[in-house]
Design a protein around this ligand. Structure first.
Ligand SMILES: *Cc1c(COP(=O)(O)O)cnc(C)c1O
Length: 229
């Protein structure tokens, strides 16, 4: 069968690797997360069969449902990339291997308290809001240092780095250059927090050039998203 999914995945991976080489970086240092939101669990199974191990969702209910439906797939890691409510912290924590969107101390505390006894530390990133719109999610840049210090003090969270979505009205290269400076601020406080989660279908090349370590790519690989139910 003519497998468009396999073709798109291979094509994007080629483009990611080319961007890395262009930027003088080792492609092996990049994690390509396939964002599967709005697509059925069967798509995750097909991706897994093609070797994909990192998948992302932006809504807790969909994350919980798909993680349950795909629980038998080996080594699958779910990345939560959406806005999280504090009262869903346990649900997020039990489904996700990584939470990219810690943007306030209350959410960090909720995730921390949601740890089951003896559960391994949860990998988290702090999300920075690169727009002036507080509804977009993410901490304002001037709140970042305090948030990083707070998360670093949460015993069951392991701070890995920073995440952002480039604004629609700013050139991605410019936005990601700003993000890189925020990432340096994070590392000045938490030297182990080296991940930069940035880059989507429309801007992953710029993100790779700006030092992104985790790319969140959806539609370029999965095809257009089905209508939201
Ligand atoms: C949907 C989504 C993506 C992927 O978007 P595409 O443009 O389809 O690649 C990446 N990051 C976040 C936070 C998302 O919600």
């Amino acid at each position: 069968m003519h497998d468009q999914l396999a073709e798109r995945l291979a094509e994007i991976d080629d483009r990611v690797a080319a961007a890395a080489r262009d930027a003088g970086r080792d492609p092996a240092g990049l994690t390509r997360i396939v964002v599967t939101k709005f697509h059925p669990a069967s798509l995750v199974e097909r991706l897994h069969a093609l070797g994909v191990r990192d998948v992302g969702e932006n809504r807790q209910q969909e994350l919980t449902a798909k993680a349950a439906d795909t629980a038998r797939l080996d080594d699958l890691r779910w990345h939560f990339i959406g806005q999280a409510q504090t009262n869903k912290a346990r649900a997020v924590r039990s489904a996700a291997s990584v939470v990219h969107t810690v943007d306030r101390t209350r959410l960090a505390d909720a995730l921390d308290r949601a740890a089951a006894p003896d559960e391994p530390a949860l990998d988290v990133l702090v999300q920075v809001n690169m727009t002036d719109d507080p509804d977009r999610g993410g901490a304002a840049p001037d709140e970042l240092d305090a948030l990083v210090e707070h998360v670093s003090g949460c015993a069951t969270l392991r701070l890995r780095g920073i995440m952002a979505v480039a604004p629609l009205d700013e050139e991605p290269a410019r936005a990601f250059a700003r993000l890189r400076r925020y990432a340096e601020r994070v590392r000045a406080i938490a030297p182990e927090a080296r991940w930069i989660s940035a880059g989507m279908t429309g801007d992953f090349v710029e993100a790779v050039h700006a030092g992104a370590t985790h790319l969140r790519i959806g539609s370029a690989i999965t095809g257009p998203r089905p209508e939201r139910g």
